[in-house]
Design a binder for this molecule. Structure first.
Ligand code: AMP
Length: 398
């Protein structure tokens, strides 16, 4: 167990808090939604209520290591000021004179937001001097940016090594949920994997196959498996390099007594185009010239049956090209079925989370992860660099 902010004394201490304030902006720089700020509030409020002098840092967008005011965190600091009951200051640099002066002037319970960490390449390069300067602003480091915990960046990794540290409440919740799912899931445990590339999900399948009761595979990655089983997939996307591995995984499923369920019918089109006329095929008999872009009705029914019985569900990746209105039905139906489940439902970040949010089902799932890449890495059975560097909680006897 990692140390959390509840295990440390923060009163009168300068706390450097890494959050994920990477909010979506429109062309004028207005905040499109403040979900990420809201997700950080529990930790921020806890720290100010406990009289920490709070220094908040984050990245925003991809300024590519250069100062680009389009990606300034100033509007985010303003939004934060409207959500908390304390003073929020803003430093127009990250480790420069303004940040140092304002950090030293902070009173207990007040907040300073630093300018975008990625205005210098030193952040992503985990530059040792930059880490030292960041660390020198504070007495304690807290990581609550789950979405960046898989990165070895200065504000996530290097700085944590230089200060007493802990995780925030959001990271703590993400880790707890994942640990619960992977170590003692309620059964049946069903995983739904989709998305385009098999390559990206191999390690996830390899790890989950030892843990789940049933694995539903949809989306573009399904065709590599269907081809591995001898099916004809027409012009659907196939990862030729990984066909033998798909065969091996099918063998592993048998070995671990896992039900591996592939699509039985699919909705295809001649072009990768929303307006290309649709034609339905048995999934293993797709005509040449057609490519599968969504799962068909029989598959939806089959997947729904498995989802309904599940007591734990993990979903990562759309089961079709859900960006095309004519091929989003499968993904929407899966989102609906998952949100109706009475079991524990976990949705990885990225496209599947977007599908659930767009349909207005986000409140109906138990856990919508705030980190796509980070949650995938945990599903692969790996640990996250940004978490590894945080001190463990001392074990108490009894
Ligand atoms: P990933 O990043 O691997 O999770 O893939 C997400 C992408 O997979 C989305 O942009 C989907 O449009 C795409 N996708 C899902 N199903 C298919 C398919 N049958 N053919 C091509 N792309 C697909």
């Amino acid at each position: 167990m990692k140390k959390s902010i509840k295990d440390i004394n923060v009163k009168n201490k300068k706390v450097l808090l890494r959050v994920d304030f990477n909010v979506p902006l429109d062309a004028e720089g207005n905040i499109l939604n403040d979900n990420r700020i809201m997700e950080s509030l529990a930790t921020i409020n806890y720290l100010i209520d406990n009289e920490a002098k709070l220094i908040i840092c984050s990245h925003l967008g991809r300024p590519d290591g250069k100062i680009d005011k389009k990606y300034s965190l100033a509007p985010v600091a303003n939004r934060l000021a409207s959500l908390v009951k304390t003073k929020v200051y803003f430093a127009n640099d990250t480790v420069g004179k303004d940040a140092i002066k304002k950090a030293n002037a902070l009173q207990p319970g007040e907040i300073l937001v630093l300018e975008n960490l990625r205005f210098t390449k030193k952040e992503e390069n985990n530059d040792p001097e930059f880490c030292k300067k960041l660390a020198s602003l504070a007495d304690i480091y807290v990581n609550d940016a789950f979405g960046t915990c898989h990165r070895q960046h200065a504000s996530v990794y290097g700085v944590a090594k230089l200060l007493p540290n802990a995780v925030g409440l959001l990271v703590n919740k993400e880790l707890k949920v994942m640990n619960q799912i992977l170590s003692e899931p309620k059964r049946p445990f069903v995983a739904i994997l989709g998305g385009a590339k098999v390559k990206d999900k191999i390690s996830v399948i390899e790890n989950l196959i030892k843990k789940v009761d049933c694995l539903l595979i949809g989306g573009g990655m399904a065709y590599t498996f269907i081809k591995a089983m001898g099916g004809s997939v027409g012009d659907s996307i196939v990862d030729e390099q990984h066909i033998s591995l798909a065969k091996k995984l099918i063998g592993s499923a048998q070995k671990y007594n896992v039900e591996l369920v592939l699509p039985v019918d699919i909705v295809a089109a001649k072009e990768f185009d929303n307006n290309s006329p649709k034609k339905v095929f048995d999934a293993n008999k797709i005509e040449d010239g057609y490519q599968g872009l969504d799962i068909g009705k029989k598959t939806i029914k089959l997947f729904k049956k498995k989802i309904k019985k599940a007591k734990t569900i993990v979903w990562n990746g759309p089961v079709g090209v859900y960006e095309f209105s004519n091929f989003k039905n499968g993904t929407e139906q899966i989102a609906k079925a998952v949100s109706k489940s009475k079991g524990f439902t976990f949705i990885g970040g990225g496209d599947s989370a977007a599908a659930v949010i767009n349909l207005g089902y986000s409140k109906k799932v138990n856990h919508l992860s705030t980190g796509g890449g980070a949650s995938l890495m945990l599903l692969e059975g790996k640990t996250l660099p940004g978490i590894d560097v945080i001190s463990n909680k001392r074990k108490t006897n009894g």
